[in-house]
Design a binder for this molecule. Sequence first.
Ligand code: ATP
Length: 240
Amino acid sequence: SEHDTLLEVSGLRAGYGRIVGVDDVSIAVRAGELVALLGANGAGKSTILRALSGMITPWSGSVVFDGRDVTGMRSDTLVRAGLVHVPEGRRVLARLTVEENLRLGAFSRRDRAGIAETMDQVFTRFERLAERRHQKAGTLSGGEQQMLVIGRALMSRPKLLLLDEPSLGLSPRLVHEVFELIRSLAADGQTVLLVEQNVVQGLKVADRGYVLTTGRVTSAGDSAKLLADPSLVRSYLGGQ
Ligand code: ATP
């Protein structure tokens, strides 16, 4: 129903200087859903996440989050509202420990007991981070750093988690692990908007997907429906 729509993006246009990144994009995410933004390199997926999280300012269109118009709001305001972005590139603070990195993710919270509780939950979910909690983040493997940036985002208890290509550059085994983790977060009720270049892999993990081509949505629907579309699958399998 309309009531459980957590995010509604209408007619979004955004870009960089004169470069149009996305043009007239409309998408929605309901509470509890795992939705994927799919498409080739440069299609505009990251631009959507950046415009949603305040990293760039939309040129036009509107973003309604949790019943409130948040178009053009600043990142820290959005984090407080429950919209948290994990950008591409897994930027951890290399010289801080795992625990210190996680603590930074709770910057918007004041409840010490609640923060400690969330950290326990993160360590329960990510056992390898728990084992390395006093280790400097720079010494972690790529897969562990990806877990850490996701864990850091969870420290703010987001209503909506925006994940940009968490599998990028990981070995096939770690890609599988990261997708399993995202699936388990979603199974526990976390709403996720996931950017993924690999259309087939993204659809296998998500409930629904939007396929972008040069800044516009060109296909959308339930993952099963999109996976059953031979022309779509063929056009993206060719490129991998
Ligand atoms: P990728 O997998 O490369 O992140 P994407 O689908 O996320 O692909 P975007 O990064 O959103 O695509 O790029 C959309 C368009 O905006 C592309 O034409 C890209 O070249 C351009 N673009 C992206 N970031 C910048 C930037 N920082 N400055 C200028 N142009 C940019």
